[in-house]
Design a protein around this ligand. Structure first.
Ligand code: ZN
Length: 234
């Protein structure tokens, strides 16, 4: 019947824009509380990003070749230094925390100049789950204070990423792993770092369990290899 067809068309045209708007709603960094003493630029993956919806439980998948979030991770007002040759992954060895707390601890307890890591990935305690905080050290393209070795090579040339949590007791969250995958993919692409130069604090020094036995570096490397290859071919 012609009259029914007309009714259906009107319903579809009106409903689609409304649904589209609702599905795109996600918190912006500006809505999150800021901390007064030290400022960090913060970013987290959108709640409903298609890659996160598709990611199977406890398994990393290859990220899109396009570094969608690179604007948030590029150092503010300067180019990425050519000094970076490796990425060192850590856990905080604490159940909770975030960049501001670790920054305070590194200054007050360790007597360091500022937060030792370049990036911190939250676990939903002090910052949202999977939320990436960019330390001021990264914005300055300054050496790290996270992986002491003779000659200090890994602090001079290693990008320090800390996942909040104690992975000797618990596991990183799915969102932390998804954020780590995207961030390391971005850094490897921008700094020309191959998967073989992705490592952990324990693997470098042999003097710590950091980032714990529940963090699987091999899984991360496997997930990043196709992206690194795609990047090198672009
Ligand atoms: Zn460590």
């Amino acid at each position: 019947m012609p009259a029914r067809h007309v009714t259906c068309r009107i319903t579809i045209v009106v409903a689609l824009p409304i649904l589209g708007n609702l599905s795109c709603v996600s918190p912006e960094p500006a809505e999150l509380p800021t901390r007064s003493r030290h400022s960090y630029s913060r970013y987290r993956l959108p709640e409903r990003h298609p890659e996160m919806r598709r990611a199977p439980r406890r398994r990393l998948t290859a990220p899109s070749p396009a570094p969608v979030y690179e604007a948030a991770w590029a150092p503010a007002g300067r180019k990425i230094s050519p000094r970076w040759t490796t990425i060192v992954i850590h856990h905080s060895a604490t159940a909770t925390g975030g960049a501001a707390e670790f920054d305070r601890y590194h200054r007050d307890a360790n007597g360091w100049d500022e937060l030792g890591y370049h990036f911190v990935i939250g676990n939903g305690t002090h910052t949202p789950d999977g939320y990436i905080e960019v330390g001021s050290r990264w914005h300055k393209q300054k050496h790290g204070a996270h992986c002491k070795t003779t000659g200090n090579y890994y602090n001079e040339h290693g990008i320090g990423i800390c996942l909040v949590g104690d992975f000797t007791k618990s596991e990183p969250t799915e969102r932390q792993l998804a954020s780590l995958q995207r961030l390391t993919g971005f850094l490897m692409h921008r700094c020309g770092i191959p998967p073989s130069r992705l490592t952990t604090h324990a693997a470098v020094t042999g003097k710590t369990r950091c980032p714990g036995g529940n963090f699987k570096l091999a899984d991360l490397k496997r997930s990043l290899a196709p992206a690194a290859l795609a990047s090198s071919l672009r």
